[in-house]
Design a protein around this ligand. Sequence first.
Ligand SMILES: Cc1cc2nc3c(=O)[nH]c(=O)nc-3n(C[C@H](O)[C@H](O)[C@H](O)COP(=O)(O)O)c2cc1C
Length: 354
Amino acid sequence: MKKLFSIPLILLATLVFTSACSEDDLIHDGQELTTPEEDDGEEGYEGTEDGGNEAGGNMEGNNGRYLVLYCSRTGNTERMAQTIQSTLNCDMIVVEPETPYDDDYNAMLDRAQTELDAIEQGNYPAITTSVESFDKYDLVFIGYPIWHYHMATPMQTFLYKHADLLAGKRIALFASSGSSGIGTSERDAATLVPDAVFEESLLLTSSSLGSMATRIPEWLESLGASREEPDTPDATSLNINIIVGGQTITATMEDNGAARDFLSRLPMEVTLEDYNNGTEKIFYPDPELSLDDTPRGCAPVAGDITIYEPWGNVAIFCRDWSESNSLIKIGHIDGDGISLLQGPESVNVRFERQ
Ligand SMILES: Cc1cc2nc3c(=O)[nH]c(=O)nc-3n(C[C@H](O)[C@H](O)[C@H](O)COP(=O)(O)O)c2cc1C
């Protein structure tokens, strides 16, 4: 994805970055400002400081296959992240430094250099963001601004801290810069998460940020990332999943009116309360389930999902119980799945169609 570029533009970018950084920074950095391998040859990054730190943040999307992680001080990388998120309708998490970014640009340049030097010594600046698991994601997008040619330090810390969890994951890097290339930061990422699988990266500079609306969809397409929603559940199936404390058990619903009304409300998250010392787990659907076309009377056994008609509550039996004409069977938890619901505690569960 790197492009060749013309020498005059490199010089221009060099001049702009030189004027933005203190001499010490540049000498200390010990690098040339731009190299043909590293620079897009686009203009310098003057004017990118007023990107405005828009209210960004974490978002949950319907498409659970992708995650966008980003850090951004002035909003450029954030706009890239938001474009990816809205194109794919996926989850997004912002990585924040524990010490807020400096508003003053020169102070930020100095601080970034100090933090990069510290990272070289193995000391990573603190961040406030962590992720427990990336298991559900096929592809993780990681975005950051280029700081002194490197990946911005908050994201370096994030990758350092999550290297084990990201091992084996597909990662697509994206970055914004004034003019510098993405190569050095790609090497940062490969060092921090050596066992990840890196896909083609995307860099937008101050002169190409404006074409974000076309560049990002093209890039996503080249990665095979699409908005395709997860499989829609089979509307005719009577099989459901019940997720209890991270574990999934299954149930088979009856083919009657009340069970169909229940199925039509899924997914549904409820708290099941204990009733009668571990006999039942109950909750009150609101509105009550329709009882049209539903036979009454049932002799419940452990695992039966019923409705108690006088109160309108759903009652899941944790043990066998006596027959009642007021009970209506709407389903049964498969196998010994009911064991996850036994005990006197309340439990939060999610019912969803398979
Ligand atoms: C500390 C710091 C260092 C920077 N170093 C570079 C650099 O090496 N090369 C470059 O082209 N731009 C550099 N920039 C400019 C940013 O990469 C650019 O403005 C970027 O789009 C900012 O992204 P953000 O709005 O998401 O924070 C630097 C900016 C800062 C604050």
